[in-house]
Design a protein around this ligand. Structure first.
Ligand code: KG4
Ligand code: ZN
Length: 338
């Protein structure tokens, strides 16, 4: 089925997004309505997120179809992310997608949000072919997934405690920065010295492909409690750079080592932390001498968006692997649920 159009929905956290993508990964429109209303709470308020999705989703859908100069009758399939995520938020997107699919008799395709983050890479780099290693790094996930084909994959490493993005956010909070902390640490770190504090790198053993970040968080807390306010203020960029290095180093060393030892010559990064400038630059520089190519999505596609949900639905549309209308959303974490 070449060049059919997919209308896709993403509402798993605090971004409502509606996109239209064709089966050659060409994005016709990708509208994102973010929710700054959470900022004053220093994190996402699930109840508020659901209500804002409810308020925005119909208007956003209307705007997407109009912007693409299409009619709903031009759409071949409706895609929606159903896990993992905030359950109330997921249900808003799924219910809206179901209603549209049912009323217009359009096939419904359900998508795992983490798989969608990986598929964001194909929008920018459709030349990527399996086998490849996907390093999935977001606010809730840190996983390495070995793709043998586009639809057969194995989880080969994961965090045993906190996720990489969660660690960026928690350490940023300790430093007195805002939320989300990842982009703020990334920016501050550009002028800092990553060798200022040698924070611990979790699970350093060469044969271990899992990650651990809880020791780092404790170590940052202990270190900051031994510094005075003025010192912290003066060395904020150095602290940010040192924290960033401790988060990013294991991601780079473990993904490159796994690829090398398993004959994989492509690594893709996915999820919000794939926006990190240090991770992008240093992973590419570390992997290149081994003949390993690295890919990451453009910044907009690293964030939660519906175009990536549509991209992940393409193999399912090609196989006519449609969902029944009694399908439910669930908040379970992990690519094992894809
Ligand atoms: O994938 P995402 O948008 O939402 C989840 O599904 O979790 O990821 C959000 C996470 C947050 O923890 C945020 O701090 C982190 O991605 N993030 C970054 C950067 N941009 C976003 N972390 C490090 N450096 C960045 N530039
Ligand atoms: Zn996400």
């Amino acid at each position: 089925m070449s060049n059919s159009l997919i209308l896709a929905f993403e509402s798993s956290c605090d971004d409502t997004s509606v996109a239209i993508i064709d089966t050659d990964y060409k994005v016709l429109v990708n509208l994102i309505s973010s929710q700054p209303q959470h900022l004053e709470f220093g994190g996402v308020l699930p109840e508020l997120a659901s209500r804002l999705h409810m308020k925005n989703i119909a208007y956003l859908t209307d705007a997407a179809i109009r912007e693409a100069k299409l009619d709903i009758s031009d759409i071949s399939a409706i895609a929606v992310s159903i896990n993992p995520g905030l359950i109330g938020s997921l249900i808003v997107g799924l219910s809206f997608a179901k209603g549209l699919a049912w009323s217009r008799n359009i096939p419904l395709i359900t998508v795992n949000h983490m798989l969608a983050h990986i598929f964001a890479n194909f929008i920018d780099h459709p030349q990527i072919k399996p086998p490849f290693l996907a390093l999935v790094v977001s606010g809730g996930h840190t996983e390495m997934v070995h793709f043998k084909t586009m639809t057969e994959f194995e989880l080969v490493g994961k965090t045993l405690d906190d996720a990489a993005g969660e660690t960026f956010d928690k350490c940023a909070k300790l430093l007195g920065l805002g939320f989300p902390g990842g982009p703020l640490i990334d920016r501050l770190a550009k002028t800092g010295d990553p060798g200022y504090v040698d924070f611990p790198r979790g699970l350093k053993q060469k044969t271990n492909f899992n990650f651990s970040y809880s020791g780092l968080k404790t170590s940052v807390l202990t270190h900051l409690s031994q510094m005075d306010e003025a010192d912290i203020e003066q060395h904020k960029p150095d602290l940010a750079a040192s924290i960033q290095a401790a988060i990013v180093d294991p991601l780079i060393s473990k993904s490159t080592r796994y690829a090398r030892t398993n004959g994989i010559n492509t690594i893709v990064i996915a999820g919000g932390v794939a926006a990190n400038s240090e991770l992008r630059a240093r992973l590419a520089a570390t992997a290149a001498p081994y003949g390993i190519d690295t890919y990451y999505p453009s910044l907009k596609l690293c964030m939660d968006n519906a175009a990536m949900v549509g991209a992940a639905a393409i193999p399912k549309l090609n196989n006519q692997s449609y969902a029944e209308l009694n399908v439910n959303a669930f908040s379970l974490k992990g690519t094992k649920t894809i």
